[in-house]
Design a protein around this ligand. Structure first.
Ligand code: SF4
Length: 311
């Protein structure tokens, strides 16, 4: 089923998929909001996961998979874990294989296509919860050795893993998709009993982690949009340099569970962001209306928003 959805599977649990924005960049010159906010290059981004089939949440808004609620809470197979070096080799090979079709596309910018053969940014976020992969430090280390920047996206339920990560990713995303425990259980539908306590532990840990940190709120109209004071309380614990407020998008398999009314307009996201920025004392620094996302920065006079090239 994953292959039909153009995932390229590597080893036991690894996968890579061309990002929608990588394709847009190649064929239309348009990049994702993370290129405009932080300066990564969409066409050189490797959207991957070390655990495509393993998650401890079954979020109602997940668009990656047909039926995430059917995911098992622990590794399904006893096939073992993939070696980080072999995984990266396989993922790059997969990215190149997936890019082949674009060579014959008359709209493709061939200079960008050539550059895309050598990705330099890993978005560890494709599907599954990456902190459940036991060799995450080794994976990050290997990516950095090969000159990659790394964006690690986690649901925050594994504070003990984040505490021991060495090296840390270039940018660490914590998805905080509920303002309180009641909504957390309704939206994320965790397989684990103490998920909310674990997320709070992660938020408490964040100030001690010396890297770029983003709290991301994916907002669903009628579910978790609003509640600004509660989100602000959580964000204050984390003290991250960045907060992203992003609309839930009515795409992929989430359409089987949600309705188009659940997708907030950009105006609603912006109103939420202004209010949240006011509560936190952050600056509403950037926005991307077409992606319905905003960027709040704790202190733009001291925080370097664009990622330095030598990282
Ligand atoms: S950073 Fe995310 S949205 Fe941007 S190109 Fe990479 S995977 Fe796609």
């Amino acid at each position: 089923m994953l292959r039909k959805q153009h995932y390229y599977l590597v080893g036991e649990h690894g996968a890579v998929k061309l990002c929608h924005w990588l394709k847009k960049k190649l064929t239309e010159g348009r990049a994702c909001y993370k290129e405009s906010f932080y300066g990564i290059q969409s066409h050189r981004c490797l959207q991957m996961t070390p655990v495509v089939d393993i998650c401890n949440h079954a979020c109602i808004y997940c668009w990656r998979y047909q039926a995430p609620q059917e995911w098992p809470p622990s590794p399904r197979s006893s096939g073992g874990w993939d070696d980080p070096k072999e995984l990266i080799d396989g993922l790059i090979e997969g990215q190149r294989a997936l890019l082949t079709g674009y060579k014959g596309n008359p709209k493709t910018d061939m200079r960008l296509w050539e550059e895309a053969q050598n990705p330099n940014q890993a978005a560890i976020s494709l599907s599954g919860e990456p902190t459940l992969y036991p060799y995450l430090s080794e994976l990050l280390e290997e990516f950095h050795k090969r000159g990659f920047t790394t964006f690690l996206v986690t649901n925050g339920t594994m504070p003990e893993v984040l505490e021991n990560l060495d090296p840390l990713p270039t940018q660490l995303y914590i998805s905080v998709d509920a303002p309180n425990e009641r909504l957390y259980k309704a939206i994320s539908r965790p397989y684990i009993k103490d998920g909310w306590e674990r997320i709070l532990k992660t938020l408490e840990l964040l100030p001690s982690l010396d890297t770029r940190k983003v709290i991301r709120h994916t907002l669903i109209d009628g579910w978790n949009l609003g509640h600004v004071k509660e989100y602000a309380e959580l964000d204050r614990i984390a003290e991250s340099q960045f907060v992203e407020a992003k609309a839930y998008m009515f795409v992929g398999y989430s359409r089987q569970r949600m309705s188009i009314q659940n997708m907030p307009s950009f105006e609603k996201i912006k109103a939420f962001s202004k209010e949240l920025a006011g509560e936190l004392g952050y600056t509403l620094y950037d926005e991307r209306p077409e992606s319905r996302v905003t960027l709040l920065v704790s202190d733009p006079s001291t925080v370097q928003v664009k990622i330095p090239r030598d990282l």
